[in-house]
Design a protein around this ligand. Structure first.
Ligand code: TYM
Length: 332
């Protein structure tokens, strides 16, 4: 079986629907056909300030959301990034073959550093894509299913793998990003031309997986649309309606033209009600599962520990080979 690797940051109490549609739903479907590794990337999360008192809980909650959404921890290797020290170690090695300018061209870094300002931007945020490359390359992943915003980071990963292989000898599989074009970018409900994000400024435009169903429905009913009242897909002219259509399509498995037919001659009120119902139906059981899993944190932690052992075995093999190839003296 080919290897698959992906991860998410535990940067909020809950995942948002972009994470769910753009990543988690694909992971769930792909895990049977691949030897899959899924991490909760806590070392990535601390590249922006996190409250130390709640980070561990957020990490556990993120893992619970993977499982509740259908990732099977007995089959896929679901673990916490910081539990496997090879991630940080390989990131260091890779940082020595990454160009300063090359890292500076990452658009996500440019956006975030602009938002936070130079003084609150850490070097860790700058080297974040190198750590992501380490995640992927340690496991010799063939494919990396992600949303559109991570594409550039996977391209950097490919460049670093090729560079290392040609400079020091074959150590890494060169991975491919796997991006589901129609769902690669879910937009903020209040601001449907910008990406929905866990770090959005206002809560009203973000659909959280663990929100109360009534809150989710309310946010959808209040989503920004337009004035012409026609349920039709048009990214340029009707970004709000188009975004809701993509969400509805993902939740129901229906195609866009079929949705246009379904709501022909009906208003946005009807349409939004249907979207709200579909999302609530999908999220409800996941939310209940999460709450149940969190009832027994010790068991959850044991599952994560077992999987970290599995991950570590693979990662250590790659790291040892890399240390040898770079020429570091082996400890006797
Ligand atoms: P993160 O935590 O920001 O997001 C997790 C996944 O969700 C996708 N995503 C979206 N997809 C569609 N629409 C949206 N609005 C949306 N928002 C987020 C992201 O593309 C991602 O797939 N650096 C990564 C985590 C990471 C990783 C890795 C991923 C670390 N190491 C190795 C893959 C492989 C990140 O911050 O994702």
């Amino acid at each position: 079986k080919a290897r698959l690797y992906s991860g998410m940051q535990p940067s909020a109490d809950s995942l948002q629907i972009g994470n769910y549609i753009g990543a988690l739903m694909q992971w769930r479907d792909l895990q049977d056909s691949y030897d899959a590794f899924f991490s909760v990337v806590d070392l990535h999360a601390i590249t922006v300030a996190q409250d130390p008192k709640i980070l561990a809980e957020k990490t556990r909650r993120t893992a619970a959301q993977y499982i509740a959404a259908g990732i099977k921890p007995a089959k896929s290797t679901l673990y916490v990034q910081s539990h496997v020290s090879a991630h940080a170690e390989l990131a260091w090695i890779l940082s020595t073959i990454t160009g300063f300018g090359e890292a500076g061209r990452m658009t996500q870094f440019k956006d975030k550093s602009q938002r936070y300002g130079a003084d609150s931007t850490s070097v860790g945020l700058f080297t974040y894509p190198v750590l992501m490359a380490a995640d992927i390359l340690l496991y010799q992943a063939n494919v990396v299913p992600v949303g559109d915003d991570q594409k550039q980071h996977v391209e950097l990963t490919r460049d670093l793998a090729e560079r290392f292989n040609s400079r020091f000898g074959e150590a890494f599989t060169v991975p491919n990003a796997m991006i589901q074009q129609d769902t690669a970018r879910i937009y903020d409900l209040q601001n449907p031309t910008s990406k929905m994000s866990k770090s959005a400024e206002t809560d009203a435009g973000v659909l959280w997986l663990l929100d109360e169903p009534s809150k989710t429905a309310k946010k959808i009913m209040r989503a920004v649309t337009d004035n012409d009242g026609v349920v039709k897909y048009d990214r340029e002219e009707k970004p709000g309606v188009s975004n809701l259509m993509v969400i509805y399509a993902a939740m129901t498995g229906r195609q866009i033209p079929a949705i246009e037919d379904e709501f022909a001659g009906r208003g946005y009120g009807d349409f939004k009600k249907a979207v709200a119902e579909a999302v609530v139906n999908e999220f409800g059981p996941v939310r209940e599962n999460v709450l149940e899993l969190l009832d027994d944190p010790a068991e959850l932690d044991r599952v994560l520990a077992r999987n970290a052992d599995k991950a570590e075995e693979v990662a250590t093999k790659t790291l040892t080979d890399v240390y040898d190839k770079v020429g570091l003296l082996r400890r006797a």
